[in-house]
Design a binder for this molecule. Structure first.
Ligand code: PLP
Length: 396
């Protein structure tokens, strides 16, 4: 078996595409003007920023004036949540509804707000990784300021019933924000039709560079300013615009959203082949609903192994994957997402996420399906946990 290089971690980040890079380069070389300057070089930069805003708006079914450029998805989440909290606290509304398995950009923000006098209800998810809109409805109170529920989960790829949740929020007169960092470019989004008040997205998940994002804020909703200073982003987020990155985001989102169905038609059968192939191994389980998930995502728990060891061995075989138990905080706690599905710690520790795009070919899928069982067999052969399991003993 010839070694290959397979990038199967697009949920972590993506490569900047050629067309994005080509679109950006002139704004480093010759079009370097400050978008606030009045001479032509500056006006051209300003025009490029506004053209990109139009592209982002079009991709989301929004108006350009509803799009604010930020530095990343985390910044967009922070602004939407803290901004709404500040706004609504003035009306005596200091309660937020979110879910237990949000990205930390949301969870650490709500935890911060809890330390500053807000109450937060964390709705559960089912063992398939889906939120029940009724749970959101039941969690909403008279003093609820905001509901924030992610569009698609970053670890297990499950897609949430966003339209239903948005409808409930509107019925109850509550603002609704969604973290769509993993969803944009993979599912059709139309913020006006779907009744979304705020939406966060990030460039580096859709082949733009790292360090650029956007927040959609529905017309009529005036969030407090995020960065005080100059008049950029209509005075809401000061700071000289990162023109190349903004231009890149516009090109990236236009490209990512133009053929979602066609891309899914190519990726989904490959993804399913990977799921079926890996699940042939004993003591494995797919995390998250099989169908209501992002086309390229699979997350599988493999009992008797450590996720990190698996990743290292996959890396030695040229496969870039990610572990469900990746410890972003430096602790060895397993992923809060996998625990929220009801997985035991030991099972959650042995999890692997692959997030593929069209460049992962059928031959690549064959290769992964050859490598994974071999690696798992080797790791299990060395694992005291597996040995105990095989002897029918309880393991911790
Ligand atoms: N939200 C979700 C669901 C994500 O997956 C990520 C990144 O992995 C973020 C937010 C943060 O985005 P960024 O890396 O642009 O800050």
């Amino acid at each position: 078996m010839e070694k290959r290089f397979i990038y199967a971690d697009n949920a972590a980040t993506t490569a900047v595409s050629e067309e994005v890079l080509e679109a950006m380069l002139p704004y480093f070389r010759t079009g370097y003007g400050n978008a606030s300057s009045i001479y032509k070089l500056g006006r051209d930069a300003q025009k490029a920023v506004e053209t990109s805003r139009e592209k982002v708006a079009k991709a989301l079914g929004a108006d350009p004036r509803e799009i604010y450029f930020t530095s990343c998805g985390s910044e967009s989440d922070n602004w939407a949540i803290k901004g709404t909290a500040e706004l609504m606290a003035k009306k005596g509304k200091k309660h937020i509804v979110t879910s237990v398995f949000e990205h930390h950009a949301v969870l650490h923000t709500t935890e911060y707000l809890e330390k500053h006098g807000f109450e937060v209800t964390y709705v559960p998810v089912s063992d398939k990784g889906l939120i029940d809109p009724q749970d959101v409805k039941n969690a909403i109170r008279e003093d609820t300021a905001l509901v924030t529920i992610m569009y698609a989960n970053n670890e297990i790829g499950t897609i949430q019933p966003i339209e239903e949740i948005a409808a409930i929020c509107h019925e109850k007169g509550v603002l609704f924000h969604t973290d769509a960092v993993q969803a944009v470019g993979h599912v059709d989004i139309d913020v006006h039709r779907q009744g979304i008040d705020m939406l966060s997205l990030s460039g580096h998940k859709i082949h733009a560079q790292k360090g650029i994002g956007a927040l959609y804020v529905r017309k009529g909703l005036i969030l407090p300013n995020l960065i005080h200073g100059g008049g950029q982003e209509r005075g809401k987020r000061a700071g000289t615009e990162n023109v190349p990155a903004i231009v890149g985001l516009g090109v990236a989102i236009e490209s990512a959203t133009k053929n979602i169905a066609e891309k899914a038609a190519v990726i989904t059968p490959r993804r399913n082949r990977l799921i079926d192939g890996i699940l042939k191994l004993p003591y494995t389980r797919l995390n998250g609903d099989r169908d209501k998930r992002l086309p390229g995502n699979l997350n599988i728990s493999i009992e008797g192994i450590e996720g990190e060891s698996l990743l290292l061995m996959l890396d030695m075989n040229g496969i870039c994957a990610s572990s469900g138990s990746a410890c972003t905080s430096g602790s060895l706690d397993p992923s809060h997402v996998l625990l929220s599905l009801g997985l035991e710690h030991a099972v959650a520790h042995g999890s692997m996420r692959l997030s593929i795009e069209e460049d992962v070919t059928d031959e690549d899928v064959d290769y992964i399906l050859e490598v994974v069982p071999k690696v798992v067999e080797r790791l299990r052969a060395m694992s005291p946990v597996w040995e105990k399991m095989m002897k029918g003993q309880k393991y911790e």
